[in-house]
Design a binder for this molecule. Sequence first.
Ligand SMILES: C[S@@+](CC[C@H](N)C(=O)[O-])C[C@H]1O[C@@H](n2cnc3c(N)ncnc32)[C@H](O)[C@@H]1O
Length: 224
Amino acid sequence: MLEPERSDRSRSGIDGSRIILKPGEGLLKEMEQYAARNYVPIVKRDTADLLIVLGRLIRPVRILEIGTAIGYSAILLSGILAPGGRIDTIERDESMAAKAHDYIKRAGLADTIAVIAGEASEVLACLDKTYDMIFMDAAKGQYPVFLPECLRLLRSGGLLISDNVLFMGMVDREGPVARKQRTIVNNMRAYIDTLRSHPLLDTSVLPVGDGVALSYKRTETETR
Ligand SMILES: C[S@@+](CC[C@H](N)C(=O)[O-])C[C@H]1O[C@@H](n2cnc3c(N)ncnc32)[C@H](O)[C@@H]1O
């Protein structure tokens, strides 16, 4: 049975911290079932757990997500925002964006999560506020295109999280890659190299879910 819609304020604990909707429970469980039935890719459970731990450490005020789908990870991430925090999430598929709107409204998070409908490369160029955390979870082939804009929008000391970078383990596995997957594997290897060699970033790639790259953007006083 779903909980009735509540206001965003009622989602806060007594200390002002937010209440995390848990994977496998309530509305998120319903969304997981919808995603499975309709072949919508959403974050894997262990990636969701990692996002929650990272968010607890960072306590972001502003999060940017590229790739909303039905709003599952955005709703999950809303739980780790600092009080008064906000999430902007970008989705180019209109029907996905509409579905995300519905779920976000039902979660009572319409004032907290803004779904921006549009092609990310165009939307990113129009954004001008900075973010504490950016979650990149869209078309893998476009990660290198999004990266410069993400670095412009990420505050120094902020965290860029790129999902699905190991592509079913193929990216860090040695040996031949099937012809069909060669382009995406090579592109993702090049993307990881870019992150690792970037003068502003410290990057670690974790074999969590489908592979998650964590990139910390250094402050001016932090040197390698
Ligand atoms: C993996 S799903 C996102 C899942 C979501 N983050 C979650 O875990 O609940 C990727 C989404 O990114 C969207 N997408 C892919 N490339 C995009 C682009 N260039 N601009 C905007 N959205 C994009 C797709 O339409 C798809 O809904």
